[in-house]
Each structure stands twice: as C-alpha cells, then as structure tokens.
Write a protein that binds this ligand. Sequence first.
Ligand SMILES: NC(=O)C1=CN([C@@H]2O[C@H](COP(=O)(O)OP(=O)(O)OC[C@H]3O[C@@H](n4cnc5c(N)ncnc54)[C@H](OP(=O)(O)O)[C@@H]3O)[C@@H](O)[C@H]2O)C=CC1
Ligand SMILES: O=C(O)CCC(=O)C(=O)O
Length: 478
Amino acid sequence: MGPETVEPPEGQVSFRENVDRMVDRAMAAIDLDPGVAAAIKPCNSVIQVTFPVELRGEVQVFTGWRATHSTHRLPAKGGLRFDPHVDQDEVEALAALMSYKCAMADVPFGGSKGGLLIDPTAYTRQELMQITRRFTLELVRKGFLSPATNVPAPDMGTGQREMAWIADTYKHLYPEDINYLAAVTGKPVHLGGIRGRVEATGRGVQYVLRELFRHPEAVAETGLSGGLRGKRIVVQGLGNVGYHLAKFLSEEDGVRVVAVIERDGAVMNEDGLSVEDLHRYQQEHHAVRGFPGGTFSEDGAGALELDCDLLIPAALEAQIHSGNARNIRAPVVVEAANGPVTFRADEILRERGVVVLPDSLVNVGGVTVSYFEWIRNLSHIRFGRMQRRHDELRGTQMAALLMEHGGIHIPEQVRANLAEPTDEIDLIRSGLDDTMRLAFQGIREVLAEDDGVDDYRTAAFVIAIRKIARSYLDVGVY
Ligand SMILES: NC(=O)C1=CN([C@@H]2O[C@H](COP(=O)(O)OP(=O)(O)OC[C@H]3O[C@@H](n4cnc5c(N)ncnc54)[C@H](OP(=O)(O)O)[C@@H]3O)[C@@H](O)[C@H]2O)C=CC1
Ligand SMILES: O=C(O)CCC(=O)C(=O)O
C-alpha cells in the first residue's frame, strides 16, 4: 500500500489482523493452496474463563484467555501474560506467532498463548499465588494445560515464580502423572526448570545478531559496516528480554546502549549506559527517571526515533506504527518483543530500506530453551549427567597421549579445557546458539532462492508456512 493511499485509521486494525496480513503476504509469495491457507491461519480453539477469587474479604472476578492456534505438533506451546490490557485478540495474535516461530526454528510444538486481565502490581505475592493457582485450575479442567497438549511459559508480567505455582497446582491435580513437571516451562531450576531459560530470549537475540554480523553481505544490505562491536543500540523495555539482551550485548560484545526506553520515559547516554546499574535503579525505583548515569526524557515514544544502529523494541506490540515509521532513524529494527511493528509500519520501513529482523526469528530463543526444559522434564534427567565424567576422562587421556606419544606440549590451560566436564548450561547455550544460527541461515537461503521474497519477515513466514502446510497435506485434512 503506497503512502498516498487513503487507509483506515491504524487503530482499527487489530493485532490479529496485523499478523494475518503479514502471513497473507508470505502465502501469496509461495502461491499456497487457498484451502490449506484457510486451514493454517485461524486459531484452532480459544477459551475465555471468568473465575472468582476471595481476596481481602471480598470476591473479585478475573477474566483470562488461552488460545491454541495450531496443533499440527503437540503440545501447543506459548507464554502466559499477566497484563491489564490483554484481550482475546491479543492472545490469538500471539498464539499464531508462536506456531510460526516454532515451525520456522524447528521447535516441534504447535502454537498457543494465554493472558490474564490483571495489573499484577496491584496484588501481594500471596494474592497473586491464589489467583494464578485458580487460573491454572480453570485451564487444566478445560483441557488447556497439560504436558502433552498445552504447555505455558513466562511472558509479560509473569516469570519463574508464577510457573512454579502452575506446576505445583498441576501436580496436586494429577499426582499420578509422572510427567507433571512438563506441564509448564520457565520454572525455577530447583523446581524442575532448566539453567539458562530465564535469560534465553535475551541470549537468543545476542546469538542472532552475532550471526548477522558473520554475514558481511547481510550487513552490507543494512548499510552498516564492520562487526557488532561499537554498534549503538536503543532498547525499549528493560524487563526479562530487554535487560538480558542489553546486558549480554554490552558486556560481551562491546555494544553501546545509548538509550533505554521504559514506561516512564527514556534514559540516554551517548557514551553507553551501564545496564546493570540502570536495572538495579529501575528495580528499586520502578522507574528510570532520576537515574544518575544518563539524561532523562519523558518522551519515551520519541526516543524510538533516536539515531542509532540497532533499534530493539523489547516491550509491547504496535510500538512502531504508521505514525512514526517514517521517523525511525535506525537502519535495523530488531524485534525482540512480539509484534512491535504493525503491518503498515512494516511496509513503510521496507519502502525506506530499513531492515526488520522479525520477532519469529529474533525472540525464538525463549521457546527453544523451553523445549529443552520440556525434554529434560520428560526424560527426568539433567542434560549431561551421564557423560560429564566420561568427557573429563577422555579429555585427560587425549591430552596425556598427545604429550607422551605425539611429543606435543599442551599448555596447562588448554589441558584443563580439554578435561573440563560439560555442564548443562554449556549444552543449553550450544543448542540455543545452533538454533539461532540455523534459523538465520535458513532465512538467508530463502531470501537468496525465492523470487518475490525480499524481507526477513516474509522469508521466516515462508519457511514456517511450508512446514505447517506439509504436515497438513502429508496426514490429510479430515
Ligand atoms: N519472556 C520471554 O521469554 C519472552 C518474551 N517475549 C516477548 O518479549 C516482550 C517482553 O517480554 P518480557 O521481557 O518477558 O516482559 P517483562 O514483563 O519482563 O518486561 C516488559 C518490560 O517492558 C516495560 N514496559 C511496559 N510498558 C512499556 C512502555 N509503554 N514503554 C516502555 N516499556 C514498557 C515493562 O515495564 P514495567 O516493569 O514498568 O511494566 C518491563 O520492563 C513481550 O512482547 C513478550 O511477548 C518473546 C519471547 C519470549
Ligand atoms: O517459552 C515458551 O514456551 C514461550 C515463549 C513465548 O511466549 C514467546 O516466544 O513469545
């Protein structure tokens, strides 16, 4: 749609419609059978639950949703959001995105997402536990939560604590289910979680950006040059995803975080913000205003338009829309959040040559490590437990053999590395890194080979849709 076209106000286009329009663009590019397209796009089932909880001596009623988009693989997988603005349209859109990202990155799950309409900051820990347990009960009883069919995980407003309550509630309902721990992922490690899940989405963003900068031709297309080191980033949202990605990129890759946008405004420092200091400040003050390490502006939305190399929205959807897409100065937008760019903004950015790395690629690290956690729960054993000492012995023996019989001097540090047993976290990072690299490479292949596909988002959807369509066609639709 050209900039001159008279368009309906963008606010009238729902999140779900935005996702569908992006999917339509990809389906058109591969000439998908209309029947299969119609089978893939809608949510398979959606539940709305309304339940009472007695709090502070009175009954309060809560509403929540869980949408299952696709069940071509089971369980259907996706986060659970606690937010005062969530609605059915939003969870449907997010469930659809889960199907596509899982298929694209070879994470063998269908797509689902849930939300509870609540302001979590208005309740005590004890109250939230009561509400979460009751919500869990509703979802379980209605067939929307179990290790085999539908497995939630953290999203906005939820984390390890809520996942622990969900797992425990499920266990009390089905103590005979030997796989009860696999009913939810993102749990604390001591309660059946896996090392590396908390930071997985942020870590995945780091790995995908590292992979981008291993492809000089891809970097050249963005108009940037050189490596990741020294690049200037603006991050929106310093929650789970935003904090970890900003921390890893600045501490490990020499990236400069020139601005962080939070709910109350933006804090800027051209020399680079200390992510740890800012995070600590934000945790303490529930705001970034007043942070001594940078300059504050109340205009958070305006800060999206700051000059930088990589703009990384990591908070809410629809942050880049037709009203500000022409003002975005970053040559690359990295969608760490789900749906931060509307369909219309996506078109404008494409016209302007801004490269958008889409959510389905960028934030797939979270569900990837959830997949590892789910497998760990089903296998009832920590990854690496059987081979750690075996690896150590083999490394020690190999180093000794090379030194004694090959006459090779191996420095002590190298010998120590060879003999070091592999920890679970090493395996998780290896699996995550591999997934992110392969996902990026798969998209580059489609961009190179498919005529009519010339942006990362369409390429990611093309990969996903082809896989989902194949699984529909292979088994037949009945
Ligand atoms: N957690 C995960 O593993 C995954 C998350 N995602 C996506 O990443 C995004 C962020 O999720 P996550 O980090 O888990 O959520 P969190 O709730 O941990 O963090 C969200 C952050 O965004 C901030 N925020 C809220 N409103 C605004 C606003 N208007 N402007 C700027 N910042 C704002 C929040 O501030 P405050 O604390 O004040 O509310 C908070 O710091 C979501 O789109 C989610 O779906 C995607 C894949 C996996
Ligand atoms: O870890 C998961 O299962 C889901 C993560 C998620 O909600 C997302 O990728 O948007």
